[in-house]
Design a binder for this molecule. Structure first.
Ligand SMILES: C[S@@+](CC[C@H](N)C(=O)[O-])C[C@H]1O[C@@H](n2cnc3c(N)ncnc32)[C@H](O)[C@@H]1O
Length: 256
């Protein structure tokens, strides 16, 4: 096991201990926005990269995907995903691997990559990742990438912890800058706990460059939404900061 895998195995312990799925940002924004931008899902063969504990894999399969093959670098994350699959089988296939070394796993209708681009070490690795995503799509297939917002407020901590996730970019804000992400999520006693991990920030220009250079067309960046349930539960004023300065974006693109 390499150093990166050991690092993410430690994060997996946090994913096991905390209910990140119940945080306002995940429950009322990431989930409904993903279900919106991933359409049409019915009958789609999906490859998910950096699936972690399989939270989104289960969501996509339950929402009508024909098949989901989900991969993550961390053996422990995949173990968590497989435990859940054994507990409640959905027919999702999980495997351990890196997006940078996976080769061609199939010709998928959609590749879904939740935050994988944030783990590229530099622009060249970002391009290598985009090429890997592209190679696994059938002609006409769609990429949907959940990404850290390239217009992220460098201090996305102050005022953000109520949403359940905070972020901070270490200055200077430039490609490859260190980005610290911290979950603020309940443990099994409903006590809020923090779980921090590091990744990297990329500018909009570099994300669009890497995708276009890899061959993608119709590259489009969408802001996340907040569901009517989220607005009803917390009110418009609560969400104002998040909607003005979203923690994440969805990047849609197509292989011609
Ligand atoms: C901390 S999680 C956050 C992303 C997760 N999809 C989520 O939204 O909760 C980051 C995940 O990316 C995985 N990862 C990092 N680099 C990767 C790579 N090159 N290939 C596949 N997975 C990778 C890690 O193992 C980890 O599970």
């Amino acid at each position: 096991m390499n150093e990166e895998q050991r690092y993410f195995n430690k994060i997996a312990e946090g994913y096991q201990a905390l209910d990140t799925g119940s945080t306002p940002v995940r429950k009322f924004s990431e989930v409904p926005s993903l279900l919106k931008y991933a359409q049409p899902l019915a009958g789609a063969a999906i490859l998910e990269l950096a699936c972690s504990d399989g939270f989104f894999s289960r969501l996509l399969k339950n929402a009508g995907a024909a098949s989901v093959l989900a991969m993550d670098l961390s053996p422990q994350m995949i173990e968590l995903a497989c435990l859940e699959e054994a507990r409640k089988p959905l027919g999702i296939a999980y495997r351990v691997g890196s997006v940078l070394e996976m080769g061609v796993l199939g010709q998928f209708d959609m590749v879904f990559s939740p935050f994988v681009m944030s783990y590229a070490k530099d622009r060249q690795e970002l391009l290598a990742m985009c090429r890997a995503l592209y190679r696994n799509l059938k002609p006409g297939g769609r990429l949907l990438s959940m990404n850290d917002n390239p217009s992220l407020l460098p201090d996305s901590e102050t005022g953000f912890s109520k949403y359940g996730k905070i972020k901070r970019i270490a200055p200077p804000v430039q490609d490859g800058a260190r980005l610290t992400v911290t979950w603020v999520a309940p443990d099994s006693n409903a006590t809020l706990q923090s779980l921090a991990f590091e990744c990297r920030y990329y500018t909009r220009e570099s994300l669009e460059w890497a995708l276009t250079e890899a061959g993608f067309v119709d590259v489009c960046i969408h802001h996340p939404e907040v569901s009517p349930e989220g607005l009803a539960a917390y009110g418009q004023a609560y969400w104002a900061l998040f909607l003005e300065h979203p923690l994440l974006v969805f990047i849609a693109a197509r292989r011609p």
